[in-house]
Design a protein around this ligand. Structure first.
Ligand code: PLP
Length: 420
């Protein structure tokens, strides 16, 4: 294969930030701001890093649509060989419109509604990952009524601390996710007598943005232990589902590589011979996207800093306001020369928590300047809202040096079309 004529992802050409060789300023001039821009080359690299790391070990990568379910992104990942993890009936529908067969979709998520379970049980999904004994009973009742056998995986709550942000840790007993071990063992023991249910896997997912392999290994070891118990009892399990969770480096600090992550998981599972399902979202999509915003105002804050008010805030990128998440922010055109200034980079939304970047040193900013907020390909546009009636931002995919709008900017008419 020939080498691309550009560095994949985001880099500087002269002073300008470019995506797969295309200047972000050029795209922003054509499409306006705020604007998400994704690199197809980076998405491919990130997907292959996880997939290739398994080598010959049997596995399936189920990209977690919750991270970014814009149709063109989902289609791109499908074209690379990914399968899908959907967290709602609507994500199942997006996955299907992107071309996934039901058998390539796992349906995860706490609190699936009766309508969602009906939809899921009527499709030959790879598995419905159930989160409670009650949910299992509801799936069973629907499957019996439909005369089907529902394929289910049970999500364990392993009571493991993911050592991530409390809002994105899911594996502790106090978290709402999964079934505690004792209860899971008791419920799983009844499955032999429940003909409308086919248990295909044990599932764990202990959190997101995990930067230490230890909790992931411990969760995997536990899932294997329970799987082995079930197999000894005669359950014909097909695979073990180890969820997602691998973190990315938002601030330049070291994080485990996809290779380290996969080899840690395979190390725990290999003795069972079970194929591995993983559900990565962030690790694939986050570094492949930036949010381009324009400075709309600059005003003094205190003796040592200014506010830089940009046209993207918590409505376009919720993570900083929701979790205090850190994202690098840089000027799209790095002029150089002038001494850096200290900025509180804030959005236009009517909330004091609408801070995109605290206490940042940047070259002097002026209204009209473009800035890029990095590593927002996951949990960025997917979490955007219409608060303050702000329209959902446009999204652009750059592929092989060409760019195209993959979601146009929402209009006020789009919003009001739902209202009577
Ligand atoms: C069950 C499940 N699978 C996969 C994911 C994707 O996680 P991540 O984006 O951290 O890989 C999540 C997100 O929290 C999840 O809840």
């Amino acid at each position: 294969m020939s080498q691309p004529a550009f560095a994949p992802g985001f880099s500087r050409r002269d002073h300008d930030l470019v995506c797969d060789g295309v200047p972000l300023a050029e795209i922003a001039a054509a499409v306006g701001t705020p604007l998400y821009v994704y690199s197809a080359a980076a998405l491919r690299d990130r997907y292959h890093a996880v997939d290739d790391a398994f080598g010959g070990y049997p596995h399936a990568v189920h990209y977690a649509l919750k991270a970014n379910s814009t149709l063109a992104i989902v289609r791109l990942l499908r074209s690379l060989g990914s399968a899908a993890d959907a967290n709602s009936a609507w994500e199942i529908e997006v996955a299907r419109r992107a071309g996934f067969e039901p058998s390539q979709i796992v349906f995860t998520g706490v609190g699936k509604s009766p309508e969602e379970l009906e939809c899921a049980a009527s499709l030959p999904l790879k598995a419905i990952n159930v989160e409670s004994a009650g949910e299992l009973a509801r799936v069973e009742a629907i499957a019996a009524r439909l005369g089907r056998r529902a394929r289910v995986a049970m999500r364990l709550n392993p009571d493991i601390d993911a050592q991530s942000h409390p809002h994105i840790s899911t594996g502790l007993k106090i978290n709402k996710f999964g079934v505690p071990l004792d209860e899971a063992r008791a419920v799983l023991g009844t499955l032999g007598m429940r003909p409308s249910l086919a248990l295909v896997a044990v599932h764990v997912h202990v959190g997101s943005q995990i930067t230490s392999l230890d909790p992931l290994k411990r969760a995997a070891a536990l899932a294997v232990e329970v799987s082995e118990e079930l197999r000894r009892g005669g359950a014909p399990l097909e695979y073990v589902d180890l969820g997602g969770g691998l973190g990315v480096s938002y601030d330049g600090s070291a994080v485990p590589s996809a290779r380290d992550y996969v080899s840690a998981l395979v190390g725990e599972v290999r003795r069972s011979g079970l194929p591995i399902v993983v559900e990565p979202g962030r690790a694939i999509a986050a570094p492949a996207g930036v949010l381009v915003a324009r400075v709309v105002d600059v005003k003094p804050r205190d003796e040592s800093s200014d506010f830089a008010i940009i046209d993207a805030g918590m409505t376009e990128l919720l993570r900083p306001a929701l979790y205090g998440a850190f994202h690098r922010i840089e000027p799209v055109a790095a002029r150089g020369g002038a001494a850096e200034r200290r900025y509180e980079i804030v959005g236009p939304v009517c909330e004091s928590s609408d801070v995109v970047g605290r206490d940042r040193l940047l070259p002097p900013l002026a209204p009209g300047d473009l800035v890029a907020i990095r590593d927002v390909g996951a949990y960025g546009s997917a979490m955007a809202s219409n608060y303050n009636r702000r329209p959902l931002p446009a999204e652009v995919l750059v592929d092989e040096g060409e760019w195209r709008v993959i979601r146009r900017r929402q209009t006020i008419d789009d919003q009001l079309a739902l209202e009577t």
